[in-house]
Design a protein around this ligand. Sequence first.
Ligand code: HEM
Length: 200
Amino acid sequence: MAAWETVTETINNYTGLSPAAFFTVLALMYVTYKVVCGMFVAADDYAAVKRSNEIALREPAQMGDVTEEELRAYDGSDNNKPLLMAIKGQIYDVSRSRMFYGPGGPYALFAGRDASRALALMSFDTKDLTGNIEGLSESELEVLQDWEYKFMEKYVKVGQLVSNNTSSESKEAERQSIGNTSKHDEDKSQENKIEGNEVQ
Ligand code: HEM
Protein backbone atom coordinates (compact mmCIF):
# COMPACT_ATOMS: atom_id res chain seq x y z
CA MET A 1 0.00 0.00 0.00
CA ALA A 2 2.84 2.36 0.94
CA ALA A 3 4.51 1.57 -2.37
CA TRP A 4 1.34 2.45 -4.31
CA GLU A 5 1.09 5.79 -2.42
CA THR A 6 4.73 6.55 -3.25
CA VAL A 7 4.04 5.79 -6.94
CA THR A 8 0.93 8.00 -7.12
CA GLU A 9 2.72 10.80 -5.27
CA THR A 10 5.68 10.60 -7.65
CA ILE A 11 3.35 10.64 -10.69
CA ASN A 12 1.60 13.70 -9.29
CA ASN A 13 4.87 15.49 -8.49
CA TYR A 14 6.35 14.86 -11.94
CA THR A 15 3.27 15.25 -14.17
CA GLY A 16 0.75 17.20 -12.11
CA LEU A 17 -1.82 14.53 -13.09
CA SER A 18 -3.97 12.31 -10.90
CA PRO A 19 -3.09 8.56 -11.20
CA ALA A 20 -6.34 7.91 -13.14
CA ALA A 21 -5.57 10.69 -15.65
CA PHE A 22 -1.95 9.55 -15.93
CA PHE A 23 -2.88 5.90 -16.71
CA THR A 24 -5.62 7.03 -19.14
CA VAL A 25 -3.05 9.12 -21.05
CA LEU A 26 -0.64 6.18 -20.99
CA ALA A 27 -3.31 3.78 -22.37
CA LEU A 28 -4.26 6.27 -25.13
CA MET A 29 -0.59 6.64 -26.10
CA TYR A 30 -0.25 2.82 -26.30
CA VAL A 31 -3.38 2.46 -28.47
CA THR A 32 -2.22 5.32 -30.74
CA TYR A 33 1.18 3.63 -31.07
CA LYS A 34 -0.41 0.29 -32.00
CA VAL A 35 -2.78 1.89 -34.54
CA VAL A 36 0.02 3.90 -36.19
CA CYS A 37 2.28 0.80 -36.30
CA GLY A 38 -0.55 -1.16 -37.90
CA MET A 39 -0.69 1.39 -40.73
CA PHE A 40 2.86 0.57 -41.78
CA VAL A 41 4.31 -2.73 -42.97
CA ALA A 42 8.04 -3.30 -43.39
CA ALA A 43 8.89 -3.05 -47.12
CA ASP A 44 10.06 -6.68 -47.28
CA ASP A 45 6.97 -8.02 -45.52
CA TYR A 46 4.73 -5.95 -47.76
CA ALA A 47 6.31 -7.32 -50.94
CA ALA A 48 6.03 -10.89 -49.62
CA VAL A 49 2.39 -10.51 -48.59
CA LYS A 50 1.51 -8.87 -51.92
CA ARG A 51 3.28 -11.61 -53.90
CA SER A 52 1.62 -14.50 -52.04
CA ASN A 53 -1.79 -12.83 -52.45
CA GLU A 54 -1.20 -12.54 -56.19
CA ILE A 55 -0.26 -16.23 -56.36
CA ALA A 56 -3.31 -17.24 -54.34
CA LEU A 57 -5.61 -15.27 -56.65
CA ARG A 58 -4.30 -16.34 -60.03
CA GLU A 59 -5.56 -19.38 -61.95
CA PRO A 60 -3.49 -22.41 -60.83
CA ALA A 61 -1.02 -23.55 -63.48
CA GLN A 62 -1.08 -27.18 -64.59
CA MET A 63 2.15 -29.01 -63.66
CA GLY A 64 1.63 -32.45 -65.22
CA ASP A 65 3.92 -35.19 -63.91
CA VAL A 66 5.90 -34.19 -60.84
CA THR A 67 8.28 -36.23 -58.72
CA GLU A 68 8.12 -36.21 -54.92
CA GLU A 69 11.44 -34.39 -54.87
CA GLU A 70 10.16 -31.67 -57.21
CA LEU A 71 6.97 -31.32 -55.16
CA ARG A 72 8.98 -30.45 -52.05
CA ALA A 73 9.91 -27.08 -53.59
CA TYR A 74 6.23 -26.08 -53.46
CA ASP A 75 5.95 -26.06 -49.66
CA GLY A 76 5.34 -22.31 -49.40
CA SER A 77 8.92 -21.36 -48.53
CA ASP A 78 9.22 -19.60 -51.91
CA ASN A 79 6.61 -16.86 -52.29
CA ASN A 80 6.96 -16.99 -56.06
CA LYS A 81 5.78 -20.58 -56.26
CA PRO A 82 2.28 -21.94 -55.67
CA LEU A 83 1.59 -24.03 -52.57
CA LEU A 84 0.98 -27.64 -53.54
CA MET A 85 -0.10 -30.73 -51.67
CA ALA A 86 -0.88 -34.24 -52.85
CA ILE A 87 -3.42 -36.84 -51.82
CA LYS A 88 -3.24 -40.33 -53.31
CA GLY A 89 -0.75 -39.12 -55.88
CA GLN A 90 -2.99 -36.30 -57.10
CA ILE A 91 -1.48 -32.83 -56.70
CA TYR A 92 -3.69 -29.90 -55.67
CA ASP A 93 -2.94 -26.19 -55.65
CA VAL A 94 -3.70 -25.13 -52.07
CA SER A 95 -2.33 -21.57 -52.44
CA ARG A 96 -5.69 -20.08 -51.46
CA SER A 97 -5.34 -21.74 -48.03
CA ARG A 98 -1.95 -20.32 -47.22
CA MET A 99 -3.13 -19.73 -43.65
CA PHE A 100 -3.43 -23.53 -43.25
CA TYR A 101 -0.49 -24.79 -45.29
CA GLY A 102 1.91 -21.83 -45.55
CA PRO A 103 4.98 -21.48 -43.30
CA GLY A 104 3.87 -21.22 -39.68
CA GLY A 105 0.38 -22.56 -40.53
CA PRO A 106 -1.10 -25.46 -38.53
CA TYR A 107 -0.83 -27.84 -41.50
CA ALA A 108 2.44 -26.53 -43.00
CA LEU A 109 3.99 -29.98 -42.57
CA PHE A 110 1.71 -31.36 -45.31
CA ALA A 111 2.74 -28.74 -47.90
CA GLY A 112 4.93 -29.92 -50.76
CA ARG A 113 4.19 -33.56 -49.94
CA ASP A 114 1.79 -36.39 -50.46
CA ALA A 115 0.31 -36.55 -46.97
CA SER A 116 -2.14 -39.40 -47.63
CA ARG A 117 -1.03 -41.60 -44.74
CA ALA A 118 -1.03 -38.73 -42.22
CA LEU A 119 -4.51 -37.66 -43.31
CA ALA A 120 -5.89 -41.20 -43.22
CA LEU A 121 -4.52 -41.69 -39.69
CA MET A 122 -5.23 -38.08 -38.61
CA SER A 123 -1.59 -37.97 -37.59
CA PHE A 124 0.99 -35.21 -37.36
CA ASP A 125 3.82 -37.71 -36.97
CA THR A 126 6.55 -37.01 -39.54
CA LYS A 127 6.88 -40.75 -40.25
CA ASP A 128 3.31 -40.64 -41.64
CA LEU A 129 4.13 -37.86 -44.12
CA THR A 130 4.06 -40.21 -47.05
CA GLY A 131 1.85 -41.29 -49.90
CA ASN A 132 2.34 -44.92 -48.88
CA ILE A 133 -1.07 -46.16 -47.77
CA GLU A 134 -0.15 -49.83 -47.42
CA GLY A 135 -1.65 -51.62 -44.43
CA LEU A 136 -4.34 -49.05 -43.69
CA SER A 137 -7.66 -50.34 -42.39
CA GLU A 138 -10.97 -49.97 -44.20
CA SER A 139 -12.05 -47.09 -41.97
CA GLU A 140 -8.71 -45.29 -42.36
CA LEU A 141 -9.07 -45.55 -46.14
CA GLU A 142 -12.55 -44.08 -45.79
CA VAL A 143 -11.15 -41.12 -43.85
CA LEU A 144 -8.61 -40.63 -46.63
CA GLN A 145 -11.36 -40.85 -49.24
CA ASP A 146 -13.28 -38.09 -47.45
CA TRP A 147 -10.17 -35.90 -47.52
CA GLU A 148 -9.75 -36.59 -51.21
CA TYR A 149 -13.36 -35.60 -51.93
CA LYS A 150 -12.87 -32.41 -49.88
CA PHE A 151 -9.75 -31.51 -51.87
CA MET A 152 -11.37 -32.35 -55.22
CA GLU A 153 -14.21 -30.02 -54.34
CA LYS A 154 -12.19 -27.17 -52.89
CA TYR A 155 -8.93 -27.06 -54.87
CA VAL A 156 -7.78 -27.33 -58.48
CA LYS A 157 -5.90 -30.51 -59.35
CA VAL A 158 -2.70 -29.42 -61.09
CA GLY A 159 -0.82 -32.67 -61.67
CA GLN A 160 0.13 -36.09 -60.44
CA LEU A 161 3.09 -37.63 -58.69
CA VAL A 162 5.39 -39.93 -60.63
CA SER A 163 8.23 -42.02 -59.27
CA ASN A 164 11.70 -40.42 -59.18
CA ASN A 165 13.17 -42.77 -61.75
CA THR A 166 10.54 -41.92 -64.34
CA SER A 167 12.61 -39.76 -66.69
CA SER A 168 10.94 -37.26 -68.99
CA GLU A 169 11.63 -39.47 -72.02
CA SER A 170 10.04 -42.51 -70.41
CA LYS A 171 7.11 -40.33 -69.32
CA GLU A 172 6.69 -39.32 -72.96
CA ALA A 173 6.95 -42.95 -74.07
CA GLU A 174 4.31 -43.90 -71.52
CA ARG A 175 1.98 -41.21 -72.80
CA GLN A 176 2.33 -42.52 -76.33
CA SER A 177 2.03 -46.15 -75.34
CA ILE A 178 -0.79 -48.32 -76.68
CA GLY A 179 -4.19 -47.20 -75.47
CA ASN A 180 -2.65 -43.95 -74.26
CA THR A 181 -2.76 -45.25 -70.71
CA SER A 182 -0.31 -43.44 -68.42
CA LYS A 183 1.33 -45.09 -65.45
CA HIS A 184 -0.63 -42.81 -63.23
CA ASP A 185 -3.95 -43.94 -64.75
CA GLU A 186 -2.92 -47.54 -64.23
CA ASP A 187 -1.99 -46.78 -60.64
CA LYS A 188 -5.23 -44.98 -60.10
CA SER A 189 -7.42 -47.72 -61.58
CA GLN A 190 -5.48 -50.23 -59.45
CA GLU A 191 -6.12 -48.03 -56.44
CA ASN A 192 -9.79 -47.83 -57.27
CA LYS A 193 -10.01 -51.58 -57.69
CA ILE A 194 -8.48 -52.06 -54.25
CA GLU A 195 -10.97 -49.67 -52.73
CA GLY A 196 -13.84 -50.92 -54.89
CA ASN A 197 -14.57 -47.25 -55.30
CA GLU A 198 -14.53 -45.40 -58.61
CA VAL A 199 -13.27 -41.83 -58.20
CA GLN A 200 -14.13 -39.11 -60.79
C1 HEM B 1 -7.59 -30.80 -32.12
C2 HEM B 1 -7.81 -31.29 -33.30
C3 HEM B 1 -8.15 -30.44 -34.51
C4 HEM B 1 -8.88 -29.30 -34.60
C5 HEM B 1 -9.55 -28.53 -33.49
C6 HEM B 1 -8.89 -28.92 -36.00
C7 HEM B 1 -9.52 -27.83 -36.51
C8 HEM B 1 -9.58 -27.47 -37.82
C9 HEM B 1 -10.31 -26.34 -38.37
C10 HEM B 1 -11.16 -25.37 -37.55
C11 HEM B 1 -10.08 -26.32 -39.69
C12 HEM B 1 -10.64 -25.31 -40.67
C13 HEM B 1 -11.81 -25.91 -41.39
C14 HEM B 1 -12.28 -25.03 -42.52
O1 HEM B 1 -12.40 -23.83 -42.34
O2 HEM B 1 -12.54 -25.57 -43.61
C15 HEM B 1 -9.21 -27.43 -39.99
C16 HEM B 1 -8.75 -27.72 -41.24
C17 HEM B 1 -7.92 -28.76 -41.52
N1 HEM B 1 -7.54 -29.76 -40.67
FE1 HEM B 1 -7.80 -29.77 -38.71
N2 HEM B 1 -8.17 -29.82 -36.71
C18 HEM B 1 -7.69 -30.77 -35.84
C19 HEM B 1 -6.94 -31.87 -36.13
C20 HEM B 1 -6.51 -32.18 -37.38
C21 HEM B 1 -5.70 -33.36 -37.70
C22 HEM B 1 -5.25 -34.42 -36.69
C23 HEM B 1 -5.46 -33.31 -39.04
C24 HEM B 1 -4.69 -34.27 -39.89
C25 HEM B 1 -3.63 -34.89 -39.49
C26 HEM B 1 -6.11 -32.11 -39.55
C27 HEM B 1 -6.05 -31.72 -40.84
C28 HEM B 1 -6.68 -30.60 -41.34
C29 HEM B 1 -6.54 -30.12 -42.70
C30 HEM B 1 -5.70 -30.78 -43.80
C31 HEM B 1 -7.30 -28.97 -42.82
C32 HEM B 1 -7.42 -28.04 -43.98
C33 HEM B 1 -8.47 -28.50 -44.97
C34 HEM B 1 -8.57 -27.53 -46.11
O3 HEM B 1 -7.60 -27.37 -46.86
O4 HEM B 1 -9.64 -26.95 -46.27
N3 HEM B 1 -6.71 -31.48 -38.51
N4 HEM B 1 -8.92 -28.10 -38.85
